[in-house]
Design a protein around this ligand. Structure first.
Ligand SMILES: NC(=O)c1ccc[n+]([C@@H]2O[C@H](COP(=O)([O-])OP(=O)(O)OC[C@H]3O[C@@H](n4cnc5c(N)ncnc54)[C@H](OP(=O)(O)O)[C@@H]3O)[C@@H](O)[C@H]2O)c1
Length: 287
């Protein structure tokens, strides 16, 4: 069996490649630049890099060739991205199992996020005989080592419009293990999994954990939506993305990201990884 992993160079996709190869599954690892896949995925096993671009339909059929399973990271930045997941599934005649990366609270987010459209189209693929699983993870622990790393390292400060709300941050390796189970085992079809870490932390509490590992002071500063939008505009982020980011933070402030679920333990058989573990592994990132 071959599984096509979209977003194979990204935070969840590369971990999905690892989790699938650990199960002895053949992987087609997709990227707009397949030459970067090997470095991103450690080439842990039978991995074939394929070119796939949501914006270039000529890449879709060759990438899907031979694939019986499909891990979908949707076209977040595409101007007509809401229809593309459904259109890809219509082309994926041989795919029997699909796992969609969505997000906690997907049904409460503004339309710009497009997750509700992708979820609807994935569920509809059930009528065409595909088994589907929807993965709704909380915010990734790995954000602290990616998008949030530079401000923490350079200024020791993280500014976000998240007030003092708590989130059960999740490690993308756990999201990936749930995805790999859904794509290779029976019993996950038609399930919508809210995937979380083992503890609920405010950003201030999370930074205390990271500061302890890094051996330096790190501070969280709650900012307004308006200030956050201004910062994003100054960084060249488009209005559509600013709107969907606001939707995500509204959800956090509303408490929707605070609950801890047992999904990782139930599906993988081990406890969810916590932030302290990731912080210890990556302590140099914030120094
Ligand atoms: N970050 C979080 O905390 C979080 C939490 C829950 C859900 N999510 C969801 O996770 C998804 C990924 O978000 P992320 O920010 O963490 O990104 P990411 O997965 O780390 O990186 C994006 C991936 O998408 C691929 N990609 C980008 N444009 C593409 C295109 N036109 N065609 C094909 N592949 C393309 C990139 O591959 P190449 O550059 O190699 O082509 C890369 O592998 C989003 O849908 C987000 O809403 C994120």
């Amino acid at each position: 069996m071959t599984i096509l992993v979209i977003g194979a160079t990204g935070k969840t996709g590369r971990a999905v490649v690892d989790a699938l190869t650990a199960r002895g599954v053949k992987v087609a690892a997709a990227s707009r630049t397949p030459e970067t896949v090997e470095a991103a995925t450690h080439d842990a096993g039978p991995v074939r890099a394929v070119r796939f671009d949501w914006a270039d339909r000529a890449t879709w059929a060759p990438a899907l060739e031979g694939a019986e399973g499909l891990y979908v990271v949707g076209p977040t930045a595409h101007p007509t991205g809401e229809v593309l997941v459904g259109e890809l599934l219509a082309e994926a005649a041989d795919v029997r199992r699909v796992a969609l990366l969505s997000v906690i609270g997907a049904d409460r987010l503004p339309p710009e996020v497009m997750m509700a459209d992708w979820e609807r189209d994935v569920r509809a693929a059930g009528a065409a005989g595909k088994e589907w699983t929807i993965l709704r993870p909380n915010w990734f622990i790995q954000n602290f080592g990616n998008a949030f790393a530079a401000p923490l390292r350079d200024k020791g400060v993280l500014e976000l419009p998240a007030a003092d709300a708590a989130l059960s941050f999740v490690d993308t390796r756990d999201v990936a293990e749930v995805a790999a189970a859904a794509l290779t085992e029976d019993g996950h079809a038609g399930r919508i999994y809210d995937i979380t870490g083992p503890e609920s932390l405010t950003y201030a509490e999370a930074l205390k954990t990271i500061a302890a590992a890094a051996g330096r002071d790190l501070t969280y500063r709650a900012i307004s939506h308006e200030q956050a939008a201004e910062n994003l505009r100054a960084a060249g982020v488009r209005e559509r993305a600013i709107t969907w980011q606001r939707g995500l933070y509204d959800l956090i402030i509303d408490g929707a990201n605070a609950a801890v679920t047992p999904v990782v333990q139930q599906v993988t058989g081990h406890p969810a990884r916590n932030l302290a573990q990731y912080a210890a592994e990556h302590a140099a990132t914030w120094r």
